[in-house]
Design a protein around this ligand. Structure first.
Ligand code: PGA
Length: 252
């Protein structure tokens, strides 16, 4: 089994000094283990400070977003070259807040994904359905469309470099995580879909669950072999709760 992958998405939280304190808190309590891979995704302005602090540790650096172009007249945007230079290994692409607050489309997300891969970084592609879509039994359809369009043009080699994060929109920031059965069922559907479309061994794809993951529910979620890690929002803003999730992800 590949190591479980735990990613902390700090969103628009933490000043630079707060970011440094959070990393120091994680480093103080976290015991590296081969069964867990860890990454943190601070805001753009904290990337450099965090990069320095984690340089000689097993913690990876992730960005929360990227522009698909290498450079140009795109005021306010950050290019993949800049992320690479600051030390990012991973880039979160297509987070539900990017899709729904900032209007990112599947085709834009696809461009970003290609840009990340082109520059040697690894994308974490987020997918997930709204509550009304789940209630209308549209979950698999919605997610298949997001995968089909978001991953368009990827070779099977590149697909194996992508981590998928299943984040039901109704579970993000609500305190109501999906049950392990709900998440495992969607993860299995994602694997079947990718195996059929790309002719790959989909067991090799890491599928993370995200949406109100906490120290209270992570242990149950990780019981499912379908759940290869977590994309954590609120609970990663505090080093103790984040380290608790990391500890629960360790397998003996
Ligand atoms: P949450 O956020 O853990 O606060 O629900 C998860 C995410 O948005 O990635």
């Amino acid at each position: 089994m590949p190591p479980r992958f735990i990613v902390g998405n700090w969103k628009m939280h933490k000043s630079i000094s707060e970011a440094e304190s959070l990393v120091n808190g994680i480093l103080k309590h976290y015991q590296p283990h081969p069964s867990v891979e860890l990454a943190v995704a601070p805001s753009f302005v904290s990337l450099q400070a965090v990069s320095r602090l984690i340089a000689s540790t097993p913690i990876g650096l992730a960005a929360q977003n990227v522009n698909a172009h290498d450079e140009g007249a795109f005021t306010g945007e950050i290019s993949p070259l800049m992320l690479q230079e600051v030390g990012c290994h991973h880039v979160i692409v297509g987070h539900s807040e990017r899709r729904h607050i900032f209007g990112e489309t599947d085709s834009l997300i696809n461009e970003k994904l290609h840009a990340v891969l082109r520059h040697g970084m690894l994308p974490i592609l987020c997918v997930g359905e709204h509550l009304n879509e789940r209630q209308a039994n549209q979950t698999h359809k919605v997610i298949h469309t997001q995968l089909q369009k978001g991953l368009e043009g990827l070779s099977s080699y590149d697909l194996l470099r992508v981590a998928i994060a299943y984040e039901p929109v109704w579970a993000i920031g609500t305190g109501h995580a999906a049950t392990v059965e709900q998440a495992a069922e969607v993860h299995a559907g994602i694997r079947t879909f990718l195996a059929m479309q790309w002719k790959i061994d989909a067991e090799r794809i890491r599928i993370l669950y995200g949406g109100s993951v906490s120290g209270d529910n992570a242990g149950t979620l990780f019981h499912s072999p379908q759940i290869n890690g977590a994309l954590v929002g609120k609970a990663c803003l505090n080093s103790e709760s984040f380290v608790k999730i990391i500890e629960l992800a360790k397998t003996s």
